[in-house]
Write a protein that binds this ligand. Structure first.
Ligand SMILES: *[C@@H]1O[C@H](CO)[C@@H](O)[C@H](O)[C@H]1NC(C)=O
Ligand SMILES: *[C@@H]1O[C@H](CO)[C@@H](O)[C@H](O)[C@H]1NC(C)=O
Ligand SMILES: *[C@@H]1O[C@H](CO)[C@@H](O)[C@H](O)[C@H]1NC(C)=O
Ligand SMILES: *[C@@H]1O[C@H](CO)[C@@H](O)[C@H](O)[C@H]1NC(C)=O
Ligand SMILES: [Cu+2]
Length: 717
């Protein structure tokens, strides 16, 4: 850990840097520099998150006057007008590019219209800093509108990372940006492979909608509309997916251009901010890609012709500028769901001293499908000549840390699929059940082990005391989840220091999809991956494992933090649980994680957690205390809203504890005990839960008293 003195001196030397809104071009941040093992710096940023608009008045005559598209605060995107969520009126948000060891300090101010926010630093391990992970309702309270929250952490793990809002659909609306942590050439094990690692050679790819993510989501989940995006943007730029000769004049948007000089080797850093089921294939005409790192971790270099990126993944590659000085197409192709809409995008690789024109040749969806070797293909098993899965990559160095190769201390089979349950958020079992509506209106819920992760009402990391003692659930606390929809704060507790193995299984029954899983708090080894059949069950995979049919690479398995699982197959990952905290493992597709396709790993016990930062914001449920509501003019008979109790499924096999509390809690705890008793009598299959609920309510009543006593005790000490 760097001393505070050092930071203080650094601040004095370099001063605070802030973006002035008055200047036309945003200058590069002082921290974006050649890394030379000099003193670390403190790098200050201020993010203003707000609703904004593409092709706004700030764009003047864009695209008729192309330079207007680059005006300050002009977000051109693909030229289609829509609402966005922007950071500092840019998409992507400001690029954070620092050197390893720098301290990153970001003041995030929420100017959204009544919506909470939080920024996750995707790829940063936040070792010892779980409070900075930016997951609303797990590691912090959502940043309230009009509030500022300061993130502050040392950039200790180098590589190509990114940041994005982890709240609602803000990431799909533009609240994301690159986060690059460089090392000096001396320290970077890959530096001999390239001549330049330039700040402008970051390729941030995102699928892009033509409306707000939330509008698309409700239209999809309640209105039976599709969940396919309308285009792809590269560093915020692109065109609607039409061949150039079919574009209207107003669709001739500027493309992203990457400049190189003939004879040099360039390190490119590519990031995917995928929103929907949207792996993107990328290739560069007449050039191969020498892949050297993934998710910030060096790998033994491999040369490929194209590369597929799923949401949240990063790949670094070296491009050798060895062709005739000219311009070349960089082609991006949307796969999976996008096939039906033929979505593609282009950018330009331009050699110095070549004319500033677009490359020859008309790019169509068909011509984005190129021949040759593909890295990270969709739904392939290792062993194919032309398709190289990430499980076949190898870590760059054989570290002495061999802990991960021993027999794991904890092993979890996490099997997921889209399940046909009446998820009360999208169906009502009585009025419009999943099989009572036409096909396009059926919402199949993506779940892990038949559980939907529902966020607790307060973040367990900072406010465990605000949650009922049995707020958390896992497979052993739920019942009948194949018939009834189970939604709860799905948490797996692992002791500090354990070696954890997770066997991620895509059962592949409902749709052919590809789900990229991202782990917070540490990276993992990808030790195995296989496509078994078009469908598999968790029992088959368990049996395969017991009989030794799952072959693991325990020698040089690649290190990543985001990985896809072949449909009808598995991906096995291993990580050392050395970072105490509550860390999410979740599908990185926005429409899936938002409906609870994830699980929380609680690493270590409460006493292992670093102390909650002083005055850390709090949030949660509130109910008036008994004395303030006791109204002597009414009798104590409690009548409940009959509709709520059915629609919100409070007698289901399991509901969020807080939800239950919110719905059931009225004037007196004694009334509750009786109510719970009634529920128990009416619904025999949940009797044990109902009993648990009664005792919980009773013990909850004691909570304020205990807290009050402890608080007073502390005051005295
Ligand atoms: C790229 O490669 C193709 C096919 O090999 C070739 O016809 C074309 O001339 C090359 N383009 C440039 C600009 O070198
Ligand atoms: C790709 O491969 C197919 C079949 O092997 C061949 O017909 C086609 O011409 C190839 N395309 C290119 C651009 O090389
Ligand atoms: C690994 O450990 C061996 C023996 O303990 C030591 O000689 C070697 O230098 C170590 N290698 C690295 C990369 O630390
Ligand atoms: C599952 O929940 C039960 C009950 O809370 C708990 O005892 C058990 O440790 C949990 N299992 C895991 C792996 O966290
Ligand atoms: Cu998913």
């Amino acid at each position: 850990m760097h001393t505070t003195e050092l930071f203080f001196i650094t601040i004095c030397l370099f001063g605070f840097v802030s973006f002035s809104l008055a200047i036309p071009q945003v200058p590069a941040h002082d921290c974006q520099r050649e890394c030379d093992d000099g003193p670390a710096r403190r790098c200050d940023y201020h993010f203003h998150i707000e609703y904004y608009y593409t092709m706004s008045k700030a764009c003047y005559d864009c695209p008729y006057k192309l330079e207007d598209c680059d005006r300050h605060h002009c977000i051109a995107a693909d030229g289609v007008e829509r609402g966005v969520v922007s950071i500092n009126r840019q998409i992507p948000g400001p690029s954070i590019q620092v050197c390893q060891g720098d301290e990153i300090v970001v003041d995030v101010t929420n100017h959204l219209r009544g919506e909470g926010s939080a920024i996750h630093w995707h790829g940063m391990h936040m070792k010892g800093l779980p409070y900075m992970d930016g997951v609303p309702l797990i590691t912090q309270c959502p940043i309230s509108p009009a509030s500022t929250f300061q993130y502050r952490f040392v950039a200790d793990n180098p590589g190509t990372h990114y940041y994005h809002s982890h709240s609602g659909f803000q990431r799909s609306d533009g609240a994301f940006g690159s986060l690059i942590v460089r090392q000096s050439r001396l320290k970077d094990p890959l530096s001999s492979l390239y001549d330049y690692d330039l700040p402008e050679h970051v390729i941030l790819v995102s699928d892009w909608l033509s409306e707000l993510g939330l509008a698309k989501f409700v239209a999809h989940t309640h209105g039976g509309k599709d969940d396919i995006p309308s285009s792809i943007i590269i560093n915020g730029k692109g065109r609607v997916s039409k061949p150039k000769d079919q574009l209207e004049l107003q669709e001739m948007m500027p493309l992203a251009v990457f400049n190189v000089e003939k004879g040099m080797r360039y390190r490119f850093r590519m990031i995917s901010n995928g929103i929907l089921d949207c792996p993107v294939t990328m290739s560069i005409d007449n050039h191969t890609l020498l892949i050297i790192a993934s998710d910030g971790n060096p790998i033994q270099p491999v040369e490929v012709d194209s590369l597929v990126m799923t949401s949240g993944e990063r790949f670094d590659f070296v491009l050798k500028a060895d062709q005739v000085a000219s311009s070349f197409w960089i082609r991006f192709r949307g796969n999976m769901d996008w096939n039906s809409k033929h979505i593609f995008q282009t950018a330009i690789l331009r050699y110095e001293n070549s004319p500033e024109v677009e490359p020859d040749g008309i790019v169509t969806y068909e011509t984005t499908n190129i021949n040759g070797t593909v890295l990270n293909p969709i739904n392939y098993a290792p062993g194919d000549e032309w398709h190289l899965t990430v499980a076949e990559l190898t870590a760059f160095t054989l570290e002495n840390e061999t802990d991960w190769t021993r027999e794991p201390d904890r092993k979890f089979f996490l099997a997921y699929d889209f399940n046909a349950v009446d998820n009360w958020l999208y169906h009502d079992p009585e009025h419009y059940p999943i099989f009572g509506v036409e096909n396009r209106h059926r919402f199949f819920t993506p779940q892990i082990n038949h559980i939907s992760l529902r966020m607790p009402s307060s973040p367990p990391l900072s406010q465990l005391d605000s949650l009922a003692p049995d707020s958390f659930c896992n497979e052993s606390t739920v019942i009948n989840c194949k018939e009834k929809h189970c939604a709860c704060s799905y948490t797996l507790h692992v002791p500090l220091g354990s070696l954890v193995e997770v066997i991620l299984i895509d059962e592949g029954v409902t749709f052919d999809a590809t789900h990229p899983f991202h782990l917070h708090g540490s990276s993992f080894r990808v030790v195995a991956m296989k496509r078994v059949a078009s469908q598999v069950s968790v029992n088959e995979i368990r049996a395969m494992d017991e009989n030794g049919f799952i072959q693991r690479n325990l020698i040089d398995a690649p290190i990543k933090d985001t990985v896809a699982v072949p449909d009808g197959g598995y991906t096995v990952i291993r990580f050392m649980a050395t970072n105490p905290g509550y860390w999410l493992l979740h599908c990185h597709l926005e429409f899936h994680s938002e409906v609870g396709m994830g699980v929380i790993f609680k690493i270590g016990n409460d006493n292992h957690l670093p102390p909650v930062p002083e005055n850390f914001p709090t949030c949660g449920n509130w109910f008036p205390s008994q004395s303030s509501t006791a109204n002597k003019n009414f009798d104590t008979t409690v009548s409940k809203d009959p509709d709520i109790s059915t629609a919100f499924d409070i007698t289901g096999p399991l509901v969020d504890e807080n939800e239950l509390l919110a719905l059931a809690l009225d004037a007196s705890p004694l009334v509750h005990l009786n109510e719970d008793q009634n529920e128990k009598d009416n619904v025999p299959q949940v009797s044990s839960l109902a009993l648990k609920a009664s005792s919980r309510h009773f013990s909850l009543a004691l909570y304020p008293i205990i807290t009050y006593c402890l608080f007073n005790l502390c005051l005295r000490l």
